[in-house]
Design a protein around this ligand. Structure first.
Ligand SMILES: [Zn+2]
Length: 301
């Protein structure tokens, strides 16, 4: 059972929106590619976990704090006898461990993910004890990219290589037990403790005027769409979406990129490059958002 799904961080959503509407700086572009790769790896592992048939609770993308330390958990499974925590890595290429250090070939040092989980383990244990849950926690680093190779790999039960993932999941599926209310309470507690705002997020720098206005295709990401009736079609790929959904997404994108600007009919008209009728924009704003202010000065939240 999935208790909490993964969603793109605000930072990644912003970079994705900006990338389609302007040229990102080399630094932002690199950061975007890095975050996107990480997110895709995690989403790929989520899909595998979604097929688990044993009794369990899944929680993805948790941000927790204990004694002033903020730490992130990619995926967490609550099983009857234990909790399993996964640190998901989408590394591609050839790597090796050497004396507690982790390198990409030929010799580019990368933060050792085993140290990362080594730091998380005692903090999470303490946090759960503080809330009255005394359950063993098993930590794994899972390398999900099929093009990941680890040289001189010594057997380490904490490391799950791409070729070992299926076997790991089969073993979990062979566990035949039931969960009880305590497990549910534990899951609810973790979700309650989850922090929404990550202190690690950066905000890219951009100005309203430098951003291209228009409607971006949800399939190919190009601004090549046309509106026909209540449908939006892409002229480059075969993407089609309902007009209402497109407008709601445009508004959410606008709010994300410009949290200090007011959402008005004319602001969204300009944002979509006047591609959608004012009547439709007005209808959707009224239907899905809350109207504030009055008459000509009204805006939506
Ligand atoms: Zn398209």
């Amino acid at each position: 059972m999935i208790f909490k799904e993964r969603k793109m961080s605000d930072e990644l959503q912003m970079l994705q929106a900006l990338d389609r509407r302007m040229a990102l700086s080399p630094k932002d572009h690199k950061n975007y590619q890095h975050l996107l790769k990480g997110f895709r790896g995690e989403a790929q592992f989520d899909q595998l976990l979604a097929n688990l048939s044993c009794a369990h609770i899944q929680i993805h993308d948790l941000l927790l704090e204990h004694n002033g330390t903020v730490f992130q958990i990619d995926s967490l499974l609550i099983m009857k006898e234990k909790i399993i925590v996964y640190e998901v890595k989408n590394y591609q290429g050839e790597f090796f461990f050497e004396q507690e250090r982790f390198f990409k070939i030929p010799r580019q040092e990368i933060m050792n993910p085993l140290h990362q989980i080594g730091r998380t383990a005692p903090i999470l244990t303490q946090l759960l004890r503080k809330h009255g849950f005394n359950i063993p926690i098993q930590f794994h680093v899972v390398f999900v990219n099929p093009e990941f190779t680890l040289f001189h790999a010594q057997q380490n039960t904490r490391v799950i290589l791409p070729t070992q993932i299926n076997d790991h999941l089969r073993k979990l599926n062979s566990i035949n037990t039931q969960l009880n209310q305590t497990h549910k309470h534990l899951a609810e507690k973790l979700i309650k403790l989850h922090l929404n705002d990550s202190p690690y997020q950066n905000r890219p720098v951009y100005e309203y005027d430098e951003i291209r206005k228009g409607v971006v295709c949800g399939g190919c990401g190009l601004m090549a769409v046309e509106v026909k009736g209540r449908k939006v079609y892409c002229k480059r790929c075969n993407w089609v979406e309902h007009l209402d959904t497109v407008i709601v997404k445009l508004v959410m994108e606008y709010k994300l990129l410009f949290p200090n600007k007011k959402v008005t009919v004319s602001a969204i008209d300009e944002w979509c490059g006047s591609l959608i009728s004012l009547k439709s924009i007005s209808r959707i704003l009224g239907q899905y958002f809350t109207r504030k202010g009055s008459l000509r000065w009204s805006y939506y939240e």
